[in-house]
Design a protein around this ligand. Structure first.
Ligand code: DGL
Length: 275
């Protein structure tokens, strides 16, 4: 019988963006197996209501639980903002979102106690970053900026174009006018714009990547629960990653090939509404 610590981590996102979280877990926890689900049929979540995002996330959790996972990572800022508590009520496994690890780092990083959050409309409306930051330090001023145009630009591969710079500048102007010294890239796609954002805001501003912080938080949670895999994944299984989607598996594979440090050998399409 294999020990629970050798089981995979269940990761999910509204689509492709959560691959930036998968990438950080692959880099920072190379011995862990991953089962990734991307809800490519129902993306985007970023402009949907809480009720809908919770319902979708619960279906995905039910699917992931069929894969004998040992922990769940909500690799989507919008689903983390809206569905974390609901999913924690549904399973005894550790469930992590990306919002809290991002908030923890932002509170550590800010020197003037002014933090900007770039995110989808739904994440900003949920105020989850604000609540999490204020739980840690009520004196931090949090300035939210919904950036709805950035996800489609990234998915089209326009990470390095004049038009994207202009749109970014428009969003960043608002944050910079509020004198933030730290900005959370609070959406799965935004770390792919990191170079452009850094160029536009300059060296004085600290950029926080919740995907990276989540990988470190996951390591800690697995360790605390005796769940870190001590059998290197690539020894037990030469390809420790499995990918599932609800639509357009081919497009998913192409996009994943640009983000992940490994090839996506296959992405299986599953009928997520049945779960
Ligand atoms: N994954 C989403 C997030 O991080 C962005 C894409 C979407 O709107 O579904 O908020």
């Amino acid at each position: 019988m294999t020990h629970l610590s050798e089981a995979p981590i269940g990761l999910f996102d509204s689509g492709l963006g959560g691959l930036t979280v998968a990438r950080e877990i692959m880099r920072n926890l190379p011995d862990e197996k991953i089962v990734y689900f991307g809800d490519t049929a129902r993306v985007p979540y970023g402009n949907k209501s809480k009720g809908t995002v919770v319902r979708y996330s619960e279906q995905i959790l039910r699917f992931l639980l069929t894969q004998n996972i040992k922990a769940v990572v909500i690799a989507c800022n919008t689903a983390s903002a809206m569905a974390l508590e609901a999913l924690r009520d549904k399973t005894d496994l550790p469930v992590l979102g990306v919002v809290s690890p991002g908030a923890v780092m932002a509170v550590k990083a800010t020197r003037n106690k002014r933090v900007g959050v770039m995110a989808t409309k739904s994440t900003i409306a949920s105020e989850s970053y604000v609540k999490e930051i204020h739980r840690l330090d009520p004196e931090v001023t949090v300035v939210g900026e919904p950036c709805p145009l950035l996800v489609p630009l990234v998915e089209e591969g326009w990470t390095n174009t004049k038009i994207t710079d202009e749109i970014l500048q428009h969003y960043l102007d608002h944050l910079m006018a509020q004198q933030v010294d730290t900005i959370i890239m609070g959406c799965t796609h935004y770390p792919l714009l990191r170079n452009a954002i850094a160029r536009l805001v300059g060296d004085e501003i600290t950029l926080v990547n919740p995907a990276y912080e989540t990988a470190l938080a996951l390591k800690k949670v697995l360790d605390e629960n005796g769940l870190l895999n001590t059998t290197p994944a690539n020894k037990a299984d030469p390809y420790p990653y499995r990918f599932f989607v609800s639509d357009e598996a081919e497009r998913f594979r192409d996009f994943a090939g640009m983000i992940l440090p490994v090839d996506v050998r296959s992405a299986e399409m599953i009928p997520i509404e049945k779960y």
